[in-house]
Write a new protein. Structure first.
Length: 274
């Protein structure tokens, strides 16, 4: 068992305490998180973040495993700040943290697969300023839209439980439908603005590298489609008040497009075409 694999397992293990605390906590609507929750949430954010710093070692790696770990670390850091500053955001923990743990397991599997297929790491040495900015913006966008997608899923589960009149232990712990909708729209609004900035910085980096503003590859097309879908949803909500299951489907579609553009392309290059 390699040291990298053990470090990855430790980073995943850092996610378990907050999941345990959130599942074990009271289901009352007036319950507020205690010191154990905040301490375990800080651990869940710092564990993957420290592992990313160690793994990258000052050099960006354009591999599937690195992309997944960076996404996990960014999402947990953003979520920790949102949970501290936004009402009811912390109630997404029972959905978000298990999903992050699953992504961590996929990252470990991807690392093992890439090492067996192509043991040479795919590094980008000395990226320029535009590329660094583009990477940072892209990661932040993906983290925000990930949280928006989880909030949309929580709204879907709450809405379904209300219509069936069968609330579960999980739905008791999630935010209300209204709070989920507010969180989703706020995350999408921020994500759309930052995604637009990401498209601009991507064009700047592309122009500096090859002298062209746009290269219509899979990543660019999927990112533009995600921008259009998320923008369309925000406009539809403003004009018609679109919400509920229909809105959740559009959110998940936008997230799927971003995932295919950000993670899916790396699956093809690292695993399928390796």
């Amino acid at each position: 068992m390699s040291v990298t694999f053990i470090h990855g397992l430790v980073a995943i293990a850092c996610l378990f305490p907050v999941a345990f605390v959130s599942f074990r906590g009271e289901a009352r609507s007036d319950y507020t998180p205690n010191a154990a929750f905040w301490g375990s949430l800080a651990l869940s954010a710092l564990g993957p973040f420290i592992w990313v710093l160690v793994q990258l070692s000052g050099q960006w790696q354009a591999s599937l495993s690195s992309a997944l770990w960076v996404s996990i670390a960014a999402t947990m850091m953003v979520f920790a700040m949102l949970a501290w500053s936004m009402r009811e955001a912390w109630r997404l923990t029972p959905l978000l943290v298990p999903y992050m743990a699953l992504m961590g397991l996929i990252a470990l599997a991807a690392e093992a697969a890439s090492q067996s297929l192509s043991p040479v790491a795919n590094n980008i040495a000395g990226p320029d300023g535009w590329l660094i900015l583009h990477i940072g913006v892209s990661v932040l966008t993906y983290a925000l839209v990930t949280i928006a997608a989880v909030a949309a899923l929580a709204a879907f589960l709450q809405d379904r439980a209300l219509k069936l009149k069968r609330p579960t232990k999980l739905t008791h712990k999630l935010p209300s439908v209204a709070d989920c909708g507010e969180l989703t729209l706020r995350m999408l609004g921020w994500g759309e603005g930052i995604l637009g900035l990401g498209l601009i910085t991507g064009m700047a980096a592309e122009y500096k590298a090859i002298g062209a503003l746009l290269t219509f590859d899979h990543k660019t097309i999927l990112s533009i489609l995600a921008f259009v879908v998320i923008g369309g949803l925000l406009i539809a909500h403003h004009k018609t008040g679109l919400r509920g299951r229909k809105a959740a489907r559009f959110v998940l579609l936008g997230y799927l497009l971003l995932t295919l553009g950000y993670i899916g392309v790396k699956v093809v290059t690292d695993i399928i075409l390796a």
